[in-house]
Design a protein around this ligand. Structure first.
Ligand SMILES: *Cc1c(COP(=O)(O)O)cnc(C)c1O
Length: 356
């Protein structure tokens, strides 16, 4: 850090993204990307005319994209904002609704970016412990005087809160914004989008990175009542109104319209998840009931770090954290059937003590 770096942010610990190895023969199961390519409709949309159009600035309002998204979700176009990945949607919302006086509450085990943003925005962080079985007790979030962000399904546990439980949180926090991060909702659980017309304190954030096969296009959605969307847009338009490049706008529209393709990829991933979960349980692993495109697993037979390192040397990258509550656990993205069969073979060999 240089001597010029602002004192206020000197304690900032940036989020560490999962590794993105470039090239090489690696089976990459560490960042919950979709193992299947984007919809063929995306390829068709990114044609010569689209490339020639790169000469012009992109539409900062993403009007066509918002219209298509509004129709998809049964909302109005003013209840939709598009951002550069859900990360950007989340940080814009937190910029709008958190500060020194308005803390941010979130589960102690969840998406690692929430505490980083709280620090960046100088908002006190209020982590709320998950129960010992990693579930969220919704009553822990009743009557808090904080902005609240909850990933539902939660990561890396893969567990869900019901829509009724989230409604209880919304009702008991009428003067605070509740952000539901639905990065994995297409893989399981009940979306809170149908609650948007009834709760003026609800923001739902979704992403294209997991179920819509477009992590590299950087697209996320803020879905909320018009007033909250306008608030978040105030922040967006004070930072970067051109954050969704024109190719991503076209790709986003095409992917959203191809609902059959998304549903088929999600179904395959869910089947692969079921088979892999069963295989790992057979090997003696404890595996949570995942509602996502990743599996969260541990075994008492061998430290998670040792399995992680052994997988790495066999060409598999998965994810783990040093946080003591989950230090023995591995988060494994669901790849193709073939990738997961190879993974289970490798883990079997590792726990049996075979050398690579
Ligand atoms: C992947 C993920 C995000 C980030 O998604 P992007 O749209 O790629 O920025 C946000 N929240 C959770 C819980 C995630 O797992």
């Amino acid at each position: 850090m240089s001597r010029f770096f602002t004192k206020r942010l000197s304690q900032l610990d940036p989020y560490i993204p999962g590794e993105q190895p470039q090239g090489g023969r690696i089976i990459k199961l560490n960042t919950n990307e979709n193992p299947y390519p984007p919809s063929p409709a995306v390829l068709a949309a990114l044609d010569k005319a689209a490339i020639e159009n790169l000469r012009l600035y992109n539409d900062p309002d993403c009007l066509r994209f918002r219209q298509v998204a509004a129709e998809h979700f049964g909302l109005t176009e003013n209840q939709v904002m598009i951002g550069n990945g859900s990360d950007e949607n989340l940080v814009f919302a937190l910029r709008a609704f958190c500060d020194e006086q308005t803390p941010l509450a979130f589960p102690d085990i969840t998406y690692g970016f929430y505490p980083v943003w709280a620090k960046l925005l100088c908002a006190p962080a209020k982590p709320i412990p998950l129960k010992s079985d990693f579930t969220i007790d919704p009553t822990d979030y009743h009557n808090l005087n904080c902005t609240i962000v909850i990933a539902n399904p939660n990561a890396p546990t893969g567990l869900v809160l019901s829509r009724a439980d989230i409604e209880g949180i919304l009702q008991t926090n009428p003067n605070n914004v509740v952000i539901i991060d639905e990065a994995y909702i297409d893989f399981g659980g009940e979306s809170c989008v149908p609650l948007i017309d009834r709760y003026d304190n609800l923001i739902v954030v979704q992403t294209y990175s997991k179920s819509r096969n477009l992590a590299g296009a950087r697209i996320g959605l803020t879905l909320a009542c018009e007033t909250l969307v306008a608030d978040v847009n105030r922040v967006r338009n004070s930072v970067n109104p051109y954050d969704i490049n024109s190719l991503s706008q076209l790709a986003g529209i095409a992917a959203l319209q191809d609902t059959a393709y998304t549903a088929e990829c999600v179904r395959r991933i869910a089947d692969t998840r079921t088979a892999t979960t069963a295989a790992l349980r057979e090997l003696g692993f404890e595996v949570t009931d995942s509602n996502t495109n990743f599996i969260f697993a541990q075994t008492d037979a061998m430290p998670g770090k040792q399995i992680f390192d052994a997988l790495r040397s066999r060409g598999f990258i998965v994810r783990r954290w040093d946080n003591p509550r989950i230090a023995n656990w591995l988060r494994i993205s669901v790849g193709t059937d073939e990738e997961m069969q190879l993974l289970v073979q490798a883990i079997t060999a590792i726990v049996k003590g075979e050398t690579a």
